[in-house]
Design a protein around this ligand. Structure first.
Ligand SMILES: Cc1cc2nc3c(=O)[nH]c(=O)nc-3n(C[C@H](O)[C@H](O)[C@H](O)COP(=O)(O)O)c2cc1C
Length: 320
């Protein structure tokens, strides 16, 4: 008897994906460079590099530093600005065999709202990811996603500009990510991206200088995976909207951790720099995993590792 293959389809707000794999913003371009090596019809979506209202040259170099289990980056949101992007870039993505998610960044509420409205209006864009990990220049440079009030304000500002699915990407550089997640949900987010990079630094011990031109950067890759899994686990218990889990995913086991913690989809970023075939491999192996357990869809494993926090409380904390 031939049984039906398990379904890998997933839904994030109104965004329907054939595969639960998104390619992380800033790590996959628009998919074009990967097309010779990867069947793009076998990934869920590409999240584009974040775009801002005005063009940005980015940070001084060096912008990337290799670390033992990942990388530090401080690109500084280099991008041509929304007008150039819309006029010269976006039409090229119309025939991609996967969904295209636009990513918006900004330095004021007005910036975010303007850029989001312009980008979301285009047919090539299936959904919007809000990269709220930028400093608000009107508020002493405080990062939007690191403050619950600013998070609520920026989500409300962009929510009013589009009906398309809005994925709000959260920063791990906060005391309690669940508080921020609740604010984003209440302000109208359709889904949450958990997590963006973790702040970090590396020092050149010969030159006695920071190794990044920007001094600090964002850590990504396997080094941040346990941080990300915990963040997904905590956020899943705080909100009802779907979560796109991300942070150091390289293998099926990594991906499963995120689904079991409560993610409805996963995003793969840094791993693509070493092997862009990883997302398709994970999808294939995920289908086999579900089939071996006679499960019909990934929905059946989402959040299934939720045992609350009883053990940590019982032993008075988890510091070791
Ligand atoms: C080089 C590089 C550039 C990135 N650029 C962006 C960006 O423009 N916007 C954004 O929201 N996230 C950006 N990210 C964060 C990733 O999309 C992803 O959320 C993060 O790296 C964690 O996932 P990973 O460990 O799989 O890379 C960037 C990450 C890297 C490594």
């Amino acid at each position: 008897m031939v049984t039906a293959q398990p379904s890998l389809a997933t839904k994030i707000g109104k965004l329907e994906l054939a595969f639960p794999t998104l390619m992380g913003s800033g790590c996959y371009g628009s998919g074009e460079e990967f097309a010779p090596y990867v069947d793009l019809s076998k990934i869920g979506a590409v999240v584009l590099k974040s775009v801002t209202r005005l063009p940005r040259l980015g940070n001084p170099t060096p912008r990337l530093v290799h670390t033992p289990a990942g990388m530090l980056n401080a690109i500084g949101l280099q991008n041509p600005g929304i007008e150039w992007y819309l006029a010269r870039e976006l039409h090229k993505y119309a025939d991609r065999p996967c969904k295209i998610v636009g990513s918006v960044a900004g330095f004021s509420l007005d910036d975010y709202a303007y850029t989001c409205e312009r980008l979301a209006a285009r047919d090539e864009i299936a959904a919007i990811e809000l990269n709220a990990s930028c400093p608000n220049v009107a508020s002493e440079g405080e990062t939007f996603a690191c403050d619950p009030v600013l998070t609520a304000k920026v989500v409300r500002a962009v929510r009013g500009t589009t009906d398309k699915t809005l994925i709000v990407k959260l920063s791990p550089n906060v005391t309690d990510i669940a508080v921020i997640a609740r604010e984003a949900e209440a302000a109208g987010a359709d889904a949450l991206g958990v997590i963006n990079t973790v702040r970090g630094m590396a020092i050149d011990v010969e030159a006695w200088r920071p190794r990044l031109g920007n001094v600090t950067g964002g850590l990504s890759g396997p080094a941040i995976r346990p941080i990300a899994v915990l963040a997904v686990y905590e956020v899943a218990q705080a909100v009802r909207i779907p979560i796109v889990g991300q942070g150091g995913i390289e293998t099926l086991t990594d991906a499963l951790e995120f689904f079991l913690a409560g993610a409805t989809a996963i995003s793969i970023g840094t791993a693509n720099f070493t092997d862009p075939r990883i997302p398709v491999r994970i999808a294939t192996e995920l289908r086999d995993y579900l089939a071996r357990r006679n499960l019909a869809s990934i929905g059946e494993i989402v959040g299934k590792a939720n045992v609350g926090f009883a053990t940590a409380y019982q032993y008075g904390g988890d510091e070791g």
